[in-house]
Design a protein around this ligand. Sequence first.
Ligand code: ADP
Ligand code: ZN
Length: 549
Amino acid sequence: WSSTNFPWTKELEAKNRSKFGNRSFRPNQREIINATMSGNDVFVLMPTGGGKSLTYQLPALISEGLTLVVCPLVSLIEDQIMHLSQANIPATYLSASVEWSEQQEILRDLMLCHYKLLYVTPEKIAKSDTLSRLLNNLYSQGHLSRIVIDEAHCVSQWGHDFRPDYKNLGVLKQHFPKTPVLALTATATARVKEDVVQALGLANCIVFRQSFNRPNLRYFLRPKTKKCLEDIDNFICTNHFKECGIIYCLSRMDCEKVADKLREYGHNVSHYHGSMDPVDRTHVQKQWSKDRINIICATVAFGMGINKPDVRFVIHHSLPKSIEGYHQECGRAGRDGQPSSCVLYYQYSDYIRVRHMLTQGVAEQTVTPRGGYSNSHEQALKTHKENLLRMVSFCENDVDCRRLLQLVHFGERFDPSLCGKTCDNCLKELEWVEKDVTNIARQLVELVTMTGQSHSSSHILEVYRGSVSQNVKKQRHDALPFHGAGKHLAKGEAARIMRHLVTEGILIEDVKRSGNIYGSISSVLKANQLKASELRSGKHSIVLKFPAP
Ligand code: ADP
Ligand code: ZN
């Protein structure tokens, strides 16, 4: 796809220069454009800042007819249209906030192909008859040149940002089978990718994926203590004095508290969250964009669609909700390619807090009229909890390269020696020894089975280490054959083996609900019987690396 001999190559290069002011293409941009211009369905995985917009805006410009772009947020759409109009590229969007008469005018102009791009939110696709009439007309005249699904991971319930209206976007391929679809995302595990491809009906799509490694970002995890804010102050003064950064906080109140304290320390800082007046919020964002404010203490609401290239640090004051979320939030640092830092403050009790918030948040949105939970929402909550647990195990891991842990999560292989000591774990310079732990793995799997496949991994680990806590005694798990069999293991070793069993799919994380539908949900381990029997029979052995004592 990298050929420069396509019929459109000359115009492509000329317009890239004249309209967008770019001297060349970034990795994969030319390839993606060639593939979609050739009429294929294309799926693009590209990290934030990689330059996804160009891969559909340029084709829109050099194709006949209209490109439809589905985008999750009106603020993102407005941002894109502003950029496009600065480059003299005719683009518009349909929104409920546009007056009826104006909307009629836009529709007329759309039919006359006066616009090259039309942005819509997925709700519009689902609800607007006017839009579907317009698209049908354009399609039948051969004037619907391309359909773009931006932030395509929102289609998937497995993703960290599922949006119900995205799930129905498959109708586009059904109604307009001849129009090529271009799906774009900056975060996708293999599971999410499969989900998206299926939901959108992109059976034979061409996939472009680029490493999600961000070599210019340094990753550090620090224990969150009472002195966390002093530590943040210290970190910024030492490494990023007067530079620009974002501090992500869990709650609105946290945002304000952290901002107040840092202001006391003399930093130029503001807070940003959903309960603020929209005017104030825009003001804060503008001040920050123009470098009048250095630091923003924000909830995760801040960031999507923000394009500031010189963000030098992203600090997580609390636990992110998923590894995808963490990766994307960190990704807002260092878009200009210059070295930047990502610091995460971790304490276990934040896990409980986030977990509680998830349950509340999801419950609020998803109680159905009958008062029960619908299946898909139950599924969504379960997914959120799984995602959160993965984040916890990322934090609890104090030996493996942080880059490796993130990239493995995205299904990439990564040689940790390439990290070059740019994460806290690699800086420790641990020595590694290999150990055959097949026997331990077998015992853990047996414990899971013996206890009825209805307990969490932390409970199983407790039993394995020989705990005689009330809970263990009450369930008589202290009488099991492997109770205490793992007593001799170093701290974290059994957990590491357990993690491996889950990653390999030998053990599966599942959920259990206690009592009625309002009862609490807990995460439990089950065994994959086929894989477990392979482990039992010696067909499968497990050798893992451990830090030398
Ligand atoms: P993404 O959507 O992948 O996060 P964007 O499309 O917002 O990334 O692009 C990120 C930045 O890179 C933008 O400022 C854009 O102008 C710039 N950019 C994109 N492509 C090129 C290119 N070929 N040459 C130079 N700059 C580019
Ligand atoms: Zn590392």
